[in-house]
Ligand binder design. Sequence first.
Ligand code: ADP
Ligand code: MG
Length: 400
Amino acid sequence: MKAHEFQAKELLADRGATVPKGIVVDSAEAAVAAFDALGGTPVVLKAQIHAGGRGKGHFPGSGKEFGGVKYLTKREDIAPVATTMLSFPLVTKQTGEAGQKVSRLLVQQAADIQREIYLGMILDRATGMPVMMACAEGGVDIEEVAAHTPEKILKEPVSPELGLQPYQARKLAFAMGFTGNQVAEAEKIMHALSKLFLEKDANIVEINPLVVTPSGVVMALDAKIVFDDNALFRHPDIEALRDPTEEDPAELKAARSGLSFVSMNGNIGCLVNGAGLAMSTMDIIKYHGGEPANFLDVGGGASKDQVTEAFRILLADPKVEAVLVNIFGGIMKCDTIATAILAAFKEVGFHVPLVVRLEGTNVDAGKKLLADSGLDIVPATGMTEAADKVVAAARSRRKS
Ligand code: ADP
Ligand code: MG
């Protein structure tokens, strides 16, 4: 789960990080009032969406040049810019072409920027540890730095038990070129970031940019955070920050039924049981020249109703041109799946070819149910045959 910039900044500020003053608003009038409340000094209007790259984004159809981060000095400019931001979807590198609707703006005191630094913490799967990363060349082009000069990004592994140690923060602060009082200021922000990451079971916390002003103040101008969904049950305060308007409706619907749905870009829908089987199903589809549109994991012991709901979600995805059901019956019985397929067929109707590979508990009973139904279902034995058949089925729909 992600949180908005203003929420991430509050969480950082609670732990001692310096952030600029800001007010969250949802209308142009409130934005003007916020400008006044901040003292009528220059502000930055910032579209609150979960995607990054807002600064370099744009509002197609608005006829305006600016993106989701706009520096403004004049009171009369606040309302028109806020109105545009709240009226048109914001498109960035991370949103896809349709963009994301902006419901809230952060009116933030503008900072004079002398230098922009990148500071982040991720879970490094290679070492199995959280790692703090810092780069003296922060700002909107950090992806370029990571791609072309990765040696400029310094990394410091952080013990999950002890947190970031003072010597580590000092080392990074010196390496980032901080001097005098700035060293302690930067360290404070690094400790806040590490605390937030560890306390709230985050996967990623990023401050980009961390800035130094000409008068030597060090503060976090942007903040992004991704929480570990599997740990959210321990953090009701974080769960309360969820913004459903930012999430994929199909994924939300699936989560409500206890199913796990992941949307992708291809045209083959996959219904599987178990994350491992989902991964190998996607691999084998790709190996046979196809592209998965999504995968829906019904888990180890899904009920008939859950499986019917799963089909409803899969078939509602307009990208899907063929469906592969790949079930290994362990706890899940193959005849349960077969019954659910037949029920779903009656309820939702299949408008695309369906290939079914069943193996395991009650497989013969499951296969018989499907064969006896007289429905247009393509049976497959083994993963290879299943992948072959579903890729061919999706291709033939492309041609027709
Ligand atoms: P994103 O990463 O989504 O593009 P940021 O919050 O990082 O959004 O904003 C993009 C750029 O806008 C920053 O790198 C910074 O240069 C500038 N910026 C953001 N907030 C402020 C602010 N409060 N004062 C001055 N400049 C800002
Ligand atoms: Mg940023």
